[in-house]
Design a protein around this ligand. Structure first.
Ligand code: ADP
Length: 450
């Protein structure tokens, strides 16, 4: 009562072929390709550990071969098959010709609500799409893949590969032969990623369309009733220049974000002096602060070791982090107030790290916005951001650069009291405390950010 998947006799060949086939279906998505490869591996494992004919059907996957001289050339020792299938992070089930579930691993039990799947009809599975697909396979339909929401948990997305098995001996079919193999994987993360991509493209297109529409309108006006009015034409050309400038900034930020994300997993190695980079940024933005009637100051550190602190970093990326924060402080600060840059190291919660804070005295940010500030295109007030020349990408860029540098961003703000954005970076020095916390955590004084 063994079984085989169609005519594939060469187990590794079949696994690879199935993986390849599924990968082909998923050509446009690397995550799907990885998923497909896993399914291929499971099929290979099934075939590799398939029981000798004559064993009990419910144990047909994992029954340890009785004879002590049984070889296990593929490296799987007797009994390892069941353990392997039980621990797979995917639901695996076998259905016999009568439609009875004759094998279900632990994960399948979790997905379909309980350990009591064995010896029940497959209709217990509570997903109409999956039930239809299994039924189809039992009545001669080919293998298929279906997606469905996890029973009773609607925002969890599952994908099931429902694969037809053939009996070893088609002339002597037995109703207890395994007829259908079901492999179920959780594709919720993939769904979320795709949704994020869709939102991102929609947002980016919208951001570009708005200035483009303005420019189109201005051109029509200049060519129309303002044609003979040099003063109006000049004014309209000025408006066009500011709209194209907005588009340029947006494209630059999008390219920047893309470049940073591509390198995000490659930690920079070059030692950099944080104080030098911060001082250069402060110098470069002095004029911008003065233009807004603001005073930009760099407060000398109280701890002399701060001056010498180095981090492993990409100089241009670190400069971009500080530039974005200081530019925001100038944009959202108030005329006549001060923007102060302070530095310290080894904060209570950040041993082995250097912290650079940018403090402004603007309107501050209400608590509910804090956790979302580093999302792309998230703005407390879209009109205010646009009016100030913002793209909504500055803090997203900061977050990704800090991810790459194993740094953190801390945001403290309260309405009417201004804001402090603090960047923490692991210090690179002989005496530095190693093992500083990795990853970017946007923290606030009121609530931990997501
Ligand atoms: P933008 O280009 O809109 O400034 P950012 O990603 O840099 O985009 O910032 C996201 C939003 O966070 C801004 O639109 C603004 O609402 C808010 N924000 C950032 N920095 C400050 C600040 N220093 N004070 C007040 N609000 C700020």
């Amino acid at each position: 009562m063994g079984f085989r998947l169609f005519d594939a006799r060469l187990t590794t060949g079949f696994g690879a072929a199935l993986a390849g086939g599924l990968a082909h279906v998923a050509t446009e998505d690397p995550v799907l390709v990885i998923g497909a490869a896993s399914i291929g591996a499971i099929a290979t494992a099934f075939l590799a550990i398939r029981a000798p004919s004559g064993t009990s059907p419910s144990l047909s996957i994992a029954e340890p071969p009785a004879p002590s001289d049984a070889p296990h050339p593929g490296g799987l020792a007797p009994g390892q098959g069941r353990a392997l299938l039980e621990h797979l992070p995917m639901g695996v089930m076998l259905i016999d010709r009568r439609g009875t579930i004759i094998f279900a691993n632990h994960h399948a039990g979790e997905i379909f609500g309980g350990a009591g799947l064995l010896e029940h009809p497959f209709s217990i599975l509570r997903s109409p799409k999956l039930v239809d697909a299994i039924e189809g396979c039992l009545y001669g339909a080919p293998s298929s893949t279906v997606e469905f929401a996890r029973p009773r948990v609607l925002d969890i997305h599952m994908r099931a590969h429902v694969l037809v098995l053939e009996p070893d001996d088609p002339d002597l079919p037995d109703e207890r032969d395994a007829a259908v193999l079901v492999v179920v994987e959780d594709v919720t993360a993939l769904h979320r990623t795709l949704a994020l991509h869709r939102d991102f493209i929609a947002n980016a297109s919208h951001e570009l369309k708005t200035p483009l529409s303005s420019i189109t309108g201005i051109i029509q006006t200049v060519l129309g009733h303002a044609r003979d009015d040099p003063q109006a034409t000049e004014r309209f050309l000025g408006m066009m220049a500011s709209q194209t400038d907005r588009m340029r900034r947006l494209v630059e930020d999008l390219l920047s974000l893309n470049r940073i994300e591509l390198n995000e997993r490659i930690a920079p190695r070059d030692p950099q002096s944080v104080m030098t980079i911060v001082a250069e940024v402060a110098d470069a933005l002095q004029q911008a602060a003065e233009d807004q009637g603001m005073n930009l100051t760099m407060v000398p550190p109280t701890d002399p070791k701060v001056m010498l602190s180095q981090v492993r970093g990409d100089r241009e990326e670190l400069a971009q982090v500080f530039r974005n924060l200081v530019e925001n402080a100038i944009k959202y600060g108030l005329t006549g107030t001060e923007v102060a840059i302070t530095t310290r190291r080894d904060g209570e919660e950040h041993p082995g790290m250097i912290g650079v804070s940018v403090r402004d005295h603007g309107h501050g940010i209400a608590r509910e916005h804090l956790p979302r500030l580093t999302e792309r295109f998230y703005r407390v007030s879209v009109s205010r951001s646009r009016e100030k020349g913002g793209t909504g990408l500055g803090l997203a860029i900061v977050k990704h650069i800090l991810n790459r540098h194993r740094g953190e961003l801390e945001i403290e703000s309260a309405e009417g009291e201004g804001s402090t954005f603090t960047v923490w970076l692991p210090i690179f020095e002989a005496e530095a405390v190693t093992g500083a916390k990795a990853g970017t955590k946007t923290r606030t004084n009121q609530a931990d950010a997501a």
